[in-house]
Design a protein around this ligand. Structure first.
Ligand code: MF3
Ligand code: CO
Length: 264
């Protein structure tokens, strides 16, 4: 059995702060995500905000050699897009993935932004991806198997005729960016880990409009769909409580509450 850290009160207080700062970056950046801005410019705004306003550290910058402070993934880019000279255009769907370190602890969240007028089918893709994250969040409580989360995401997404990316998963988070456990976004019966109070982890489903297959580009980071279909992702960092979970990276425009009680 792999060791999973249970966070104590002091650590939880720090992770609440890191989570809030991470959420704040995503709220702050919204008004800049418009036609004509480059993903590199968006990254620069986030970077400066994290360093100068938050007095915090962008966790992505230099992580295993990643060259920028955020991951920005447009259209058929599934995740880990490197901010570059690409100018956002009308109809793009854009994931911005932010991770902030404050007081030695990480927060991690991402969400989709729509540029100009987005095709209805891609709006749906984003909506259902977020819903699948919410379904997983609402399933969390101590005593159940972690595999239940992926199971519930899969149940929902399979009904929508989209596909779930299997190569990347959610993760424990704390002093380290990526800790145990792994959170799969699909069902695997070999996953026996039980959720316990005080665990902190991310859930971050990547959902493709077409087939589930993806590949990593020559730059060593950018992950794209094999069939060039568009892909969406939403991510939150959560703390497991007695009764459910708290969304540490909760933002203003959520369609769910920060504190979730799971009576089922
Ligand atoms: N933020 C990503 C995650 O959710 C990790 C990105 S690693 C980076 O786990 F190096 F690309 F930043
Ligand atoms: Co993550």
């Amino acid at each position: 059995m792999k060791k999973i850290k249970i966070k104590n009160k002091q650590e939880i207080e720090k992770m609440e702060i890191s989570g809030k700062l991470t959420a704040k970056v995503l709220e702050m950046i919204k008004k800049y995500v418009n036609i004509g801005i480059t993903t590199e410019e968006i990254d620069k705004i986030c970077h400066d905000y994290i360093i100068n306003k938050q007095k915090a550290i962008p966790a992505c910058l230099g992580y295993k050699g990643f060259p920028k402070s955020t991951c920005i993934s447009v259209n058929d880019v599934v995740c880990h897009g490197i901010p570059n000279k690409y100018k956002l255009k009308n109809g793009d769907i854009v994931n911005i993935d932010v991770s902030v370190i404050k007081n030695g602890y990480h927060g991690d969240a991402s969400k989709m932004f729509m540029v100009g007028k987005v095709n209805k089918k891609y709006k749906k893709l984003c909506k259902h991806t977020r819903k699948s994250l919410y379904i997983a969040l609402k399933s969390i409580k101590p005593g159940i198997k972690i595999s239940k989360l992926g199971k519930n995401i899969q149940k929902y997404i399979s009904k929508k005729n989209f596909s779930i990316v299997e190569e990347y998963c959610g993760h424990g988070i704390g002093k380290k960016f990526h800790e145990n456990p792994q959170i799969l976004h699909y069902y695997d019966n070999r996953e026996k880990t039980i959720i316990k109070k005080g665990m902190v982890f991310t859930i971050e489903p990547m959902i493709n409009f077409g087939n589930k297959e993806v590949y990593c580009c020559k730059d060593g980071w950018t992950v794209k769909t094999m069939d060039n279909s568009y892909s969406a992702q939403y991510e939150h960092t959560v703390l497991v409580t007695n009764l459910g979970c708290n969304i540490l990276t909760f933002q203003k425009d959520e369609k769910i509450s920060k504190i979730l009680i799971n009576k089922k």
